[in-house]
Design a protein around this ligand. Structure first.
Ligand SMILES: [Zn+2]
Length: 305
């Protein structure tokens, strides 16, 4: 953490010594808070301090695998350790913010480029370790791995506490199979569960396919359009299959790096019912009370109560 902090301080020092004329749009037109009174030859030091200085992380799941052999989707012990690690990182950010009077914050990042690059570097150095370096990508931020089968509600419960800790940004994804409009109750249960669990930013991914020939939009299973009946393999115009990668909606994965392509291919869907959680995904009154207590304890630990 100190290494990253020092690198960020060095960068802001460099940026702060640039002049308004180096950034004519950003700094010369009063867009940046406090920049309205600066002259072209003034340095940026006094206004750039208002920006965010974020420390992002990926691969909590792989870290836990390497440390105790299980990730946080697999055991409560791993979840506890995961929360300890991320709480520590957040506390360091708060400490830096206070010490340097800068907006240090902790970011749950997908790290589009690094997710594949770091894995390659680590595999070269440490070899192929099961659950750690044996895939072409590191798991996004604090996410339960995309390939790990877990119900939607359990995934939400595991990831929600990290949202409060990652004050620079956070998101959780649920992958639904099929068209949510066919099962509005399940969709609503997922959203309500996200709300009650403390998910700050949630997203439900579901397939959206389109036949550009007849205009059908929905789910196209296999090769045949359910609307006009044409076979994709028999025509020149392929179906469009919309997918979401690190927050971007894409019709094709061609332009993504190998790491993210591998991540998309490894994804499993999250069921909205399971044996260990309630089918409707709604908390009971006593569970709600327990969650509130847990939230308050977490806030208190961070001095935010
Ligand atoms: Zn069609």
């Amino acid at each position: 953490m100190d290494l990253v902090k020092d690198q960020l301080l060095e960068r802001i020092e460099f940026q702060g010594n640039q002049h308004v004329r180096n950034f004519p749009f950003l700094m010369g037109q009063g867009n940046w808070f406090g920049s309205e009174n600066l002259k072209p030859n003034d340095k940026l030091k006094d206004v750039i301090k208002h920006g965010s200085i974020t420390i992002g992380f990926i691969g909590l799941a792989e870290t836990l695998k390497a440390m105790i052999g299980e990730h946080h989707g697999e055991s409560d012990e791993a979840q506890e350790l995961g929360l300890d690690i991320i709480t520590h990182m957040r506390e360091k950010c708060d400490e830096y913010a206070k010490k340097y009077k800068l907006n240090f914050s902790l970011l749950a990042t997908p790290a589009e480029g690094l997710a594949g690059r770091f894995t390659k570097i680590d595999r070269k150095e440490y070899g192929k370790i099961k659950g750690v370096t044996d895939r072409d990508f590191y798991t996004n931020s604090y996410h339960v791995p995309v390939y790990y089968p877990i119900s939607a509600f359990e995934k939400i419960d595991k990831e929600a506490p990290y949202h409060a800790l990652c004050n620079a940004g956070h998101i959780s994804y649920i992958e639904l199979d099929g068209d949510p409009s066919d099962n509005i109750e399940a969709f609503e249960a997922v959203i309500r569960h996200m709300h009650d669990a403390g998910i700050g930013y949630g997203s439900v991914n579901h397939p959206v396919d389109r036949d550009p020939v007849c205009g059908f939009s929905g789910i196209i299973k296999g090769d045949r359009c359910p609307s006009c009946g044409r076979l994709e393999s028999k025509g020149d115009v392929p179906f469009e299959r919309l997918r979401r990668i690190t927050g971007y909606l894409v019709g094709s994965l061609e332009r993504w790096n190998d790491g993210k392509k591998a991540e998309e291919a490894a994804r499993v869907k999250h069921s909205v019912d399971c044996a260990t959680c309630k089918k409707d995904g709604v908390y009971t009154k006593s569970e709600k009370v327990a969650r509130e207590v847990a939230k308050k304890t977490a806030k208190k630990a961070l001095g935010k109560a």
